[in-house]
Design a protein around this ligand. Structure first.
Ligand SMILES: Cc1cc2nc3c(=O)[nH]c(=O)nc-3n(C[C@H](O)[C@H](O)[C@H](O)COP(=O)(O)O)c2cc1C
Length: 417
């Protein structure tokens, strides 16, 4: 049986996963002295106003599962994942009001390394080398190219078979987890990277390049459109920690260092995030400003779909193509496409796993992501993005980010609880 010590290390590594606003929406619980791990959505760690479909929560949980998988491979721990019905329950995913686990990770008995990991070998010979498999785990549904579906309640093989760009066994994989980077500005182009990242995806996910000027415009529109919703502005203020005196500065959320807010500004603004009355006052100011800004941005014309050279791309959208997924036929397809997510939730979880692999692959190439989810969160900005990228009704954009080599080689890291 996997030792509690090893499992604790794997769970600690999994917590390095990215999450919207650094909410860290995962709550893993060990079952039966390390026989299994159940994953729940942590209470008060979702964003019902900013993420009403649960897309970002599911992506974050998928990223957590992928990080778990990478670390488990380093420790030579095998496992299976069972998706549970709560994965499709908005009470659990959007509102975090359910105590039901969303997935169960069943650990296999057997060989386990003592930690760090020295070799990249596998029992089944899939190898841990470049472009190969993470050692000692089997193919994940995210890696299957046949579009088959694992509905919640069904068994899913573990993630991590498509190893993130490691080139020398498991230790580098663990290092990648620790050195994955998110920045908000200061990226230099990384030529050819988007093409390389795209090649690591399953068929039903693709990367569509986004022009840098378009991205700026969509991002402004998305920000203006979303912050004019008081609930969204309130949620953002709740997760900002703009001064070290904030009690959760080193725990979670977005602090002044990771956001690159100058000291003077953060000192002034921090009171508005901590004091409820000041926060409400700020929300009352921000929301009408957002409305005016949005109206001005809507006057900017957007040109129809054009070809952006993927080799020179500095930003991309991660898009799911529902035509390549087996989501039933007739009324069933319409039901899924009309659902808030536009995809079965287990597919968004898989996309989160794939997103984490992209992020780690970028890390291995010295690159960082600067996400811009406001473009997807705002139906207006998403509409303009869809028009510009020529996406069809059956394409579902899930994540938008700039990508490149950070000018600061060691950008500040967001805290973990
Ligand atoms: C689904 C998802 C959406 C995100 N959206 C944004 C975003 O819109 N803007 C942003 O600056 N960061 C975004 N991030 C990055 C998170 O803020 C970041 O992962 C978190 O603060 C933890 O920091 P780390 O990635 O450095 O560990 C997103 C991350 C995820 C997983």
């Amino acid at each position: 049986m996997t030792s509690i010590h090893t499992l604790n290390r794997i769970i600690a590594d999994a917590a390095s996963a990215p999450s919207a606003h650094n909410t860290q929406p995962w709550s893993p619980r060990m079952i039966g002295d390390g026989a299994a791990v159940e994953l729940r959505v942590a209470r008060k760690r979702t964003l019902p106003a900013s993420d009403p479909t649960g897309r970002d929560t599911l992506l974050g949980l998928g990223a957590w599962l992928e990080a778990f998988s990478v670390s488990a491979a380093v420790h030579r721990v095998d496992f299976d994942v069972e998706l549970l019905p709560a994965l499709a329950d908005p009470e659990a995913i959007v509102h975090a009001r359910s105590d039901d686990p969303v997935l169960r990770i069943q650990l296999h008995q057997g060989r386990e390394s003592t930690g760090g990991g020295t070799g990249g070998g596998t029992d089944d010979g899939t190898g841990g080398g470049a472009g190969g498999g993470t050692p000692n785990v089997r193919t994940t549904a995210a890696d299957r190219h046949d579009g088959s579906t694992d509905a919640p309640g069904s068994r899913l093989a573990p993630a991590g078979a498509a190893s993130p760009a490691s080139s020398g066994g498991p230790d580098p994989d663990r290092h990648l987890l620790a050195s994955r980077k998110t920045v908000r500005s200061g990226l230099e182009p990384a030529k050819g990277l988007v093409i390389e990242l795209a090649s690591s995806l399953p068929d039903w996910l693709r990367l569509v390049p986004v022009d840098a000027d378009d991205l700026r415009h969509f991002s402004s529109l998305g920000t203006a459109d979303t912050v004019r919703e008081p609930g969204v502005a309130r949620e953002l203020a709740h997760w900002l920690r703009l001064h070290p005196s904030h009690p959760r500065y080193d725990v979670d959320g977005l602090n002044d260092r990771v956001l690159g807010v100058p000291a003077v500004a953060s000192r002034f603004a921090s009171a508005f995030t901590r004091n409820r009355r000041l926060r409400e006052a700020a929300v009352r100011v921000v929301t009408p400003v957002g409305e005016l800004w949005r109206r001005a941005l809507l006057e900017v014309p957007v040109s129809a779909a054009g070809e952006d050279a993927p080799a020179a791309a500095t930003a991309f959208a991660l898009v799911a193509d529902t035509k390549l997924l087996d989501i039933g036929s007739g009324a069933e397809v319409t039901r899924v496409l009309n659902s808030p997510l536009g995809l079965p939730p287990e597919r968004v979880l898989e996309a989160g796993q794939a997103l984490m692999r992209l992020w780690l692959l970028a890390t291995a190439r010295g690159a960082a992501f600067a996400p811009a989810s406001e473009i997807i969160d705002s139906s207006l900005a998403q509409g303009e993005l869809r028009y510009r990228l020529g996406l069809s009704r059956r394409d579902v954009p899930l994540f938008v980010t700039r990508v490149g080599v950070p000018r600061d080689p060691n950008p500040p890291r967001a805290p973990r609880r």
